[in-house]
Design a binder for this molecule. Structure first.
Ligand code: MRU
Length: 366
């Protein structure tokens, strides 16, 4: 997508053997890139969420492996890089997927060939991610068009999304936002309700910034508004991303997604999940019992950061001193509340049969 008119991805290799990322902790106040010079830099960027979003976490880990191989291509360094990167964040399965792919590619090679192979494989993972997300956009566009026609092609198509599943969460295009961009570009008058997504405000900070850059009409709302809007016919469909989806269609995504799915179910609003195949965990069937949920520091809840009218970035505490804060990063939406999964191979029911029907090769390999 474009930043101030310039086509930009979220991660790319530099000519000097380093890797460039957008520092997403600085958005929406400043667009700055930062350089990853080592595997450890990549691990810290994932853990501290300079990069975030399931597909981009995977892509960054792949480049982290390439940085490690540039410095030391021994078997021991390969395993150590895998283990360090794997320990950064627990929920998004794309991390495990990308690291396993890199290990599979690199382990059989002699050490002298590993660095070049690692850079090539990381670049291919990024290119694949872009193609997957664009295909999700095309399949999602069909759903948006149908929803638009169903409402008589009048007014605007009101779409609610949670967190940031846009291009910033991927290498490019995004997952849940890809159909929004495609629909907007196709002339469907999309308007997006952007859930703020406390505590880290990925909706208010990142999704709103992306939609602004692309000129898509949107309104930022606090996290508790969606149900009210749905009760009053102000949401035509919801679409969100996912960090890990079970082989049976349970969806783990940013905390608060489940409550939106419940509200959508109660109000007959379609609830779609944009799902790239690397985000399916084919080894598990019960999202509630089997997906590890990240817990982060309480300070993310108690301290809010923002920009003053003078342009200074300030952090303020919003809780009484001494009140503990709980900070679960993700929740699980059972498959029964998901209207359909929008994948790169098409749209399917959130069921084992639905997923296996579109991905017989991946389901059989699991
Ligand atoms: O904690 P984050 O910002 O990494 O969480 C991101 C999300 O929950 C996204 O919705 C998810 O990764 C899907 S991104 C295409």
């Amino acid at each position: 997508m474009k930043v101030n008119g310039t086509p930009t991805r979220t991660i790319w290799p530099n000519a000097d053997g380093s890797v460039e990322i957008i520092d997403q902790t600085r958005l929406p106040h400043a667009f700055v890139t930062t350089t990853l010079r080592s595997m450890e830099d990549a691990a810290v960027a994932i853990k501290d969420m300079l990069v975030r979003g399931a597909p981009l976490i995977g892509a960054t880990a792949a480049y982290g492996m390439a940085l490690a191989m540039r410095d030391d291509a021994s078997d021991a360094a390969l395993q150590a890089a895998h283990d360090r990167l794997y320990a950064t964040r627990p929920t998004a399965v794309n991390l495990r997927w990308a690291l396993a792919d890199m290990l599979r590619t690199l382990r059989p090679l002699p050490a002298a060939e590993r660095a070049a192979a690692a850079w090539a494989r990381a670049a291919a993972i990024c290119d694949d991610d872009v193609a997957i997300n664009e295909a999700i956009g095309d399949h999602g566009l069909g759903l948006f068009r149908a929803a638009w026609e169903k409402k008589g092609a009048t007014g605007r198509l009101n779409v609610l999304t949670h967190c940031n599943a846009g291009w910033l969460a991927t290498v490019d295009w995004g997952t849940a936002l890809a159909p929004i961009y495609k629909a907007h570009d196709a002339g469907i008058p999309v308007h997006v309700w952007v859930d703020e997504t406390r505590p880290r405000s990925q909706g208010a900070s990142l999704t709103a910034w992306e939609l602004n850059q692309h000129g898509v009409p949107h309104t930022v709302i606090v996290d508790n508004v969606g149900g009210h809007l749905m009760q009053h016919g102000m949401v035509d469909l919801c679409i969100v991303g996912t960090d890990r989806t079970t082989a049976t269609g349970d969806v783990c995504n940013k905390i608060g997604t489940y409550l939106k799915a419940l509200a959508a179910h109660d109000n007959g609003v379609p609830f779609y999940v944009a799902l790239p195949s690397p985000t399916v965990d084919w080894s598990i069937s019960d999202g509630l019992k089997e997906i590890p949920i990240e817990e982060r520091a309480g300070e993310e809840v108690s301290v809010v950061t923002g920009r003053t009218a003078a342009g200074d970035i300030v952090a303020v505490t919003v809780t009484p001193e001494g009140s503990p804060c709980g900070n679960w990063g993700f929740d699980v939406t059972p498959a029964r509340y998901v209207t359909a999964l929008v994948t790169e191979r098409g749209v399917c029911p959130a069921t084992r049969e639905g997923l296996a029907g579109l991905f017989p090769d991946l389901a059989a390999a699991a």
